[in-house]
Design a binder for this molecule. Structure first.
Ligand code: MD3
Ligand code: FE
Length: 217
């Protein structure tokens, strides 16, 4: 029997895939707790709704973004920054759910980054057609720490480029429950998400949620 796009059963003993030096894809790593992660993300989003941030260049991002944890990533006409408060409410971001922090710690350890304690979790929400253009993540205070990402809901095509914006990106499919760890030589690689294909995911409907755990402070 063939596997469908939404198959939530991990391949038996699927080995971690090394996408590049420092970049490890752990397929299905979060499947066993995906429902708890979705619920926790929904609780965060109820208190700090995803919003479409404006870039310093004046474009409105198609991805809806929010955060939990001590620090949250925000963009505005004045630049990118990590802020302790949600600019929409003026209040601290919702605390990072324990199931988030524990998963990030375990995934990072699996990839050789022991003791990863994220202080920021950016939550990206994609609707069909939404994309994230090629960029680097370089606003974090500790670039020796990895970024851990967790994919939930509709599958996406992840674009993984090189150290230069013009390096042609490789395409990787990310599905519900996939976890990736980006550190070492991959930490400053250009990356993005191709326009999300429409679909109906059993637990998230017509959307994709991505969690990225960072050491920002
Ligand atoms: C490779 N998010 O939030 S996660 C982002 O699926 C972001 O929402 C994408 O890029 C998403 O900044 C991709 C995978 C990812 C995250 C950070 C990286 C890959 C990375 C940092 C360096 C290299
Ligand atoms: Fe990124």
């Amino acid at each position: 029997m063939s596997r469908s796009l939404f198959d939530e059963t991990p391949l038996p003993d699927a080995p971690p895939e090394r996408l590049a030096p420092g970049a490890l894809l752990l397929r299905g790593f979060a499947l066993g707790e995906a429902q708890a992660l979705v619920q926790a993300a929904e609780q965060v989003m109820a208190r700090a709704p995803p919003r479409h941030l404006v870039t310093p260049g004046g474009r409105t991002m198609s991805v809806g973004m929010t955060n939990c944890g001590v620090l949250g990533w925000v963009s505005s006409r004045t630049g990118y920054r990590y802020d302790r408060n949600d600019p929409l409410s003026g209040r601290p971001w919702p605390r990072m759910p324990d199931c988030f922090a524990e998963l990030a710690l375990r995934a990072a350890a699996q990839a050789g980054f022991a003791g990863f304690r994220p202080d920021a979790c950016l939550i990206n929400r994609y609707a069909p057609g939404t994309r994230l253009s090629l960029h680097q993540d370089r606003d974090e205070g500790d670039l020796s720490a990895p970024i851990v990402s967790v994919s939930l809901g509709l599958p996406a095509v992840f674009l993984f480029g090189g150290a230069q914006r013009h390096d042609r990106p490789a395409r990787w499919h990310l599905a519900h429950g996939d976890v990736a760890v980006w550190g070492g030589a991959s930490r400053l690689a250009f990356h993005g998400i191709a326009p999300l294909a429409d679909g109906d995911h059993p637990s998230l409907g017509r959307q994709r949620i991505n969690l990225t755990f960072r050491r920002a402070g």
